[in-house]
Structures are given as C-alpha cells and as structure tokens.
Design a binder for this molecule. Structure first.
Ligand code: ZN
Length: 302
C-alpha cells in the first residue's frame, strides 16, 4: 500500500513536471517574465524576444540608477520573473540591491549584460561615495559603469541577452538568434554612421553634468569634461575653474540629462554665452535616442 502511494505521488510529480515543461517550451500565451535594471536593456530584450517576453524595468523613466530603491510591487515582479538582466558594470543600484533581488527568486536566471566588455576608468570619480560601502563585493572600482552608451558595447550586451533567452527557452533558439543578428546589424550601421559624422567635428571636447558618456567619447575620439563632482553639484570655486576651461576650449554647449540637476549646467552656459542641451543616457528607444545624441553633438561641437 505504502509503495503504491509513493508511486502515485512520483507519477503525479512527473506528470506535473511534464506539463510545466510543455508549457514553457510552447510559443503559447505564456511569456518569459524578464526584469531589467534600466530602460535601454528593456529595449534590447524586447528587440530579441519580441512577443515571447514580458519585460519590466526597475528604474522608471527619470529615475536615477545611482540612488534608486525598488518598490514592493517591483520586488514581487522580481520574485515571479524567469530572468533578470543586470547592467553588471557597477551601477550603484545593482551594487546595493542585486543580492537581495537574487535571494527573492532562486530559480531566476541572472544575465550579466556586461560579460565580455572591457570596463574603462571613470572620467571623474563621481561614484566613489557609494563604492566605499561595497569594497568587499568584488565589483570593478573606479570603473565607468555606463557601458551601454557605446553601440559597440551594445552589440555585446545584445549577444549576452540572446544567450540567456536561449538558455531559458532553447526551443526558440533560431528565433532569438535571428532577431539578435538583425539588431546587431542595425547597431553596426549606427556605429559606422556615428564614426563618419563625428570624425568631421573640429571641436571634440564637451561639458556634461553627469559623466555618462565615457564609452561613447572613447569610441569616437571625443573628450568628456564632467561638471558633477563625486555625484554632487560643484562648488563655486570648481564652477569658476570649469568656466575658464570651457572658454579656453571654445565650448558653446553644456550637456545635461533629465535624471540630474541642470542648475550648474545653466550657470556655465550663461557664462560662456552658450546653451544647455539635454542628452538622455537612459531613454528606452536606444537607436532613436543615440541618433538624437549624435545630432546634438554635430550641431553643437562643429
Ligand atoms: Zn551614471
């Protein structure tokens, strides 16, 4: 009798397991739940997974990834997700929260989008304050976390996301591979176009409040001067120094971004008879946004 019971339970588990498997490999309504840290990653996942993924973003539009804290409903989303895509390059939100998010959902596959990308040094040590709290966890200290803003890096990120989706849903390997290849081709074209447009610029130095454009600048031979000092507004003394530098380099435009203060950018712009131009490092539509960014560069640095 007892043996029969065990047999029944095992069979029930097997049948159950089978049904679950069948569901997850089907192209049915059940989508793969994916949570990502920042909006550009959501754009990548959606371009590769299309109708097979259901993506949610932790840091909302306008949110600051250096200080953001997740809401209870976002924690619930993470606990039910099949995959999490982290930036992986030392963004403060992830340094502070990734372990907690992972512990909420042991079955969730964590995709490190930065795998295979060589990190460069920060232009200014603006992430220092938070890093001191995380010295023990093995992240790259003094490195620039804004890897996604280089189209060349974006190709690596897309490939990492594709591999993770295949790991979860191997039945649709061809679908993800095809979509990733298509998107990578678009990124290749973007990179070539940017190289052509930006190589013609005479003035190659730009001032920006939050120095998110280090990888972009490095790809296209530009020089980024940050206004922000260790995540804070500069002092008056530092502002005066920057204004002198801007005048010397003949800079007419100061870049700011919607996530950060534009106060000191406005002060500098006024002093140099220039203007403030917004560039968003975290806009969702990656290709469209970078086109806007390059337009801003070509119009302001020529
Ligand atoms: Zn940043």
């Amino acid at each position: 009798m007892r043996r029969l019971m065990v047999l029944l339970v095992v069979t029930a588990l097997l049948i159950n397991g089978k049904t679950i498997n069948a569901q997850s490999t089907q192209d049915s309504k059940k989508k793969i739940g994916v949570v990502v840290t920042i909006l550009p990653l959501a754009d990548f996942v959606e371009n590769i997974g299309k109708d097979k993924v259901d993506v949610s973003v932790v840091i909302p539009p306008g949110g600051n990834p250096h200080t953001y804290e997740p809401t209870p409903s976002q924690l619930k989303q993470v606990s039910q997700a099949q995959m999490y895509v982290k930036v992986g390059s030392g963004v403060e939100f992830e340094l502070a929260w990734m372990d907690k998010l992972a512990s909420l959902n042991k079955n969730m596959l964590i995709c490190d989008s930065s795998e295979g990308i060589r990190l460069i040094e920060m232009t200014e040590r603006h992430h220092k304050k938070n890093k001191e709290h995380h010295n023990e966890d093995g992240y790259h200290h003094g490195k620039d976390p804004h890897i996604w803003l280089s189209p060349v890096n974006a190709k690596v990120i897309v490939a990492n996301i594709k591999n993770a989706l295949i790991e979860i849903d191997p039945g649709n390997k061809e679908f993800y591979t095809h979509n990733a290849q298509e998107f990578i081709l678009r990124l290749d074209n973007l990179n070539k176009e940017f190289g052509d447009n930006l190589s013609a610029l005479k003035n190659r130095t730009f001032i920006v409040f939050h120095p998110a454009w280090g990888y972009f600048a490095s790809d296209y031979g530009l020089k980024q001067i940050p206004i922000e000092v260790e995540g804070k507004e500069p002092t008056v003394k530092e502002l005066i120094k920057l204004i002198k530098k801007a005048k010397k380099c003949n800079i007419r435009v100061v870049f700011a971004s919607p996530q950060f203060s534009k106060k000191s950018a406005e002060v500098i712009a006024k002093e140099i008879n220039g203007k403030v131009v917004f560039m968003d490092p975290l806009a969702k539509n990656y290709i469209e946004n970078l086109h806007k960014v390059v337009d801003a560069f070509t119009q302001s640095l020529k």
